[in-house]
Design a protein around this ligand. Sequence first.
Ligand code: NAD
Length: 237
Amino acid sequence: MRDSRHESPNPVEKLAPKAVVGRVSLYLRQLEAFRAQGQVTISSNQIGTALGINDAQVRKDLAFFGQFGHPGVGYRIDELLTALRRILGIDRDWPMALIGLGNLGRALLKYRGFGDRGFNIAALFDNDQTKVGMRFNDLVVHPLDDLPKVIADKNICLAILTVPAEAAQRVADQVVACGILGILNFAPMPLNLPPTVGVVAVDLSVQLEHLAYKVLNTQGGISYLGSTFRDEHDSLE
Ligand code: NAD
């Protein structure tokens, strides 16, 4: 039986633009930093200044999800943090399957930071018989034939794909057939999946191209003698 907390009644219609969701993640981290410094309330101007984002943009982004400010007070940090965590879906646990235990898959498995946000790699899969049965982080590597049982037993709803490009669509179809609702796809291959399945593609070469473009087009942003480099937060646009 799947956990209905992870199901959204109308996922497509309610989606905020990607750039807005990206900035909400930035606001969340910045609010956590302000709270750690003992601050209780905050204005859109303070959030914006800390992140290099226009305060009108901050208000507009937050207004997409509801009314959070209080007249004469601004935003109450704890209240806004709770709301943003709920909006981003990190107010709950997300057991995940990692599929493909090669260089990238094993590197991701070593990173402990996902768990802080409720993202826990709970099952491993690979089709290489020499890897099946191996243990990483106290998890055993399963063959793909085990997908239906393990996904159901562990109530897994997200999958990370770190398989070669030529295997990505086939593996994605297999996990979706098992009830997976979201895929983080590292393979450089667009996936063709039902609109009810959320897919986010990660391609660091796209980020590097963006970086190269910015470096070439940012006046004074870089010195080849090695001193200045401007960090901006507009890469989510
Ligand atoms: P790798 O060859 O080291 O690992 C791939 C793993 O997938 C292997 O363990 C292999 O046995 C397994 N595999 C192959 N077919 C499978 C299938 N049908 N079912 C289950 N497992 C299967 O490759 P890597 O260097 O770890 O890269 C993995 C993927 O990530 C590649 O698609 C690569 O292009 C991509 N990648 C993306 C980025 C990025 O920025 N997004 C960066 C590096 C690599």
